[in-house]
Design a protein around this ligand. Structure first.
Ligand code: NAD
Ligand code: IPM
Ligand code: MN
Length: 367
């Protein structure tokens, strides 16, 4: 049987920097755990635009459809701000999500003990936090029609449309309930049913799907209150399911509970392929961080944890995923910190590559 395949799309800014560390980890699993992957690499975002004039070439899109998992770094940057909207780096990422039909975006937010002091919130609010945000990723206001900038009388109007079909809500709700069943059987659905019809439908469909999961305690919350509750008392949640835009915002919010955006991984999953594996792309929640790009300062942990999610969700290697997560936990417990994880007391941060090396050393020690 051939090895499982991975397509790496490092992208822009700190994307290639953090992805270089992931490659070390992939190589380690090949050498030390006999988990060999067929790895190929290609361009996305501004890097693809520079070469092809588009943020994702058709051949790259086709490759992404073929492989068992895609790993993506980050896209975007000020250099590309002037480009026409249709070829902006972010469009490459959105095309991958849409054409691969990756409707369920899993964004866990876990506060490692060693970082509990570092969150901008009080330690007792975040210590032990382990929540999962399930963001709908292929519909809603990100993709709804009509959209565009139009002339209206003597001025212009910008239009985006929030649109959800019942089946779109149902499939992401089901993914969230399935996750809740494997975790603490608690699911909170967030929308704004008080002001949006799409929210009313969302609540109705999630409630209906919930009838198939009587063991899961389902609650509903308006998304604005949800944002407040996430900062007030995040540990009241276990799994949260929400739409594309609310999920984008709420997951950045959740990121700070863990100490840094540089810590948050994600998995974007679609329907099962012929080989039983879900269509999947793994990426850190953070962006290309132009303010620190090229300086070796980026925290590679979000990207490495995204690979851990790939081990778990695409390759059925839950134990190896745990091995990797534990190695990261150990490195943090030893006080190893990239610059984003330095508290007010300061200290000497390690570089992106040094963080990767420390994680490799901890993996070696785990054998
Ligand atoms: P960002 O996530 O790139 O950066 C926000 C802040 O967090 C910055 O101060 C940055 O230095 C810091 N940060 C982010 N990741 C870090 C890491 N791994 N280690 C240390 N610090 C880190 O968000 P932004 O500045 O709003 O966006 C910059 C560009 O990235 C934009 O073009 C945006 O569209 C794009 N973006 C891409 C993705 C993606 O590719 N998935 C996600 C978000 C933003
Ligand atoms: C994210 C990002 C993307 C989004 C952008 C870069 C298209 O912010 O993955 O969270 O809005 O979904
Ligand atoms: Mn975002």
């Amino acid at each position: 049987m051939s090895n499982p395949s991975i397509l790496i799309l490092p992208g822009d800014g700190i994307g290639p920097e953090v992805m270089a560390e992931v490659r070390k980890i992939i190589d380690w699993f090949g050498a030390k755990r006999d988990l060999v992957f067929d790895v190929s690499e290609d361009l996305v975002g501004g890097a693809a635009y520079d070469k092809h004039g588009v943020p994702l070439a058709d051949e790259t899109m086709a490759k992404a459809q073929e492989v068992d998992a895609v790993l993506l770094g980050a896209v975007g940057g000020p250099k590309y701000d002037v480009l026409d909207f249709s070829v902006k780096p972010e469009r490459g990422l959105l095309r991958l999500r849409k054409e691969m039909d990756l409707f369920a975006n899993l964004r866990p937010a876990q506060c490692f003990d060693a970082l509990a002091d570092f969150s901008s919130l009080k330690k007792d609010v975040v210590a032990g936090l382990d929540i999962m945000i399930v963001r709908e990723l292929t519909s809603g206001v990100y993709f709804g029609e009509p959209r565009g900038i139009f002339n209206e009388g003597n001025e212009r109007v910008g239009i985006n449309t929030q649109r959800y079909t019942e089946s779109e809500i149902e499939r992401v709700a089901r993914a969230a309930f399935e996750l809740a069943m494997k975790r603490n059987k608690k699911l909170c659905s967030m929308e704004k049913a008080n002001v949006m019809e799409s929210g009313i439908l969302w609540r109705e469909v999630v409630t209906r799907v919930g009838q198939d999961y009587p063991e899961v305690e389902l609650s509903h919350m308006y998304a604005d209150n949800g944002a407040m509750q996430l900062v007030r008392a995040p540990k009241q949640f276990d799994v949260i399911v929400t739409d594309n835009l609310f999920g984008d915002i709420l997951s950045d919010c959740a990121a700070m509970l863990t100490g840094s955006l540089g810590m948050l991984p994600s998995a974007s999953l679609g329907a099962p392929m012929e080989n039983g594996r879900p269509k999947a792309m793994y990426e850190p929640v953070h962006g290309s961080a132009p303010d620190i790009a090229g300086q070796g300062k980026a925290n590679p942990i979000a990207c490495i944890l995204s690979f851990a999610m790939a081990l778990r969700y695409s390759f059925d290697q839950g134990d190896e995923a745990t091995r990797l997560e534990t190695a990261i936990e150990k490195v943090l417990a030893d006080g190893v910190r990239t610059a984003d994880l330095m508290g007010p007391e300061g200290g000497v941060p390690v570089s992106t590559a040094e963080m990767g090396d420390k994680i490799i050393a901890a993996l070696d020690a785990s054998l």
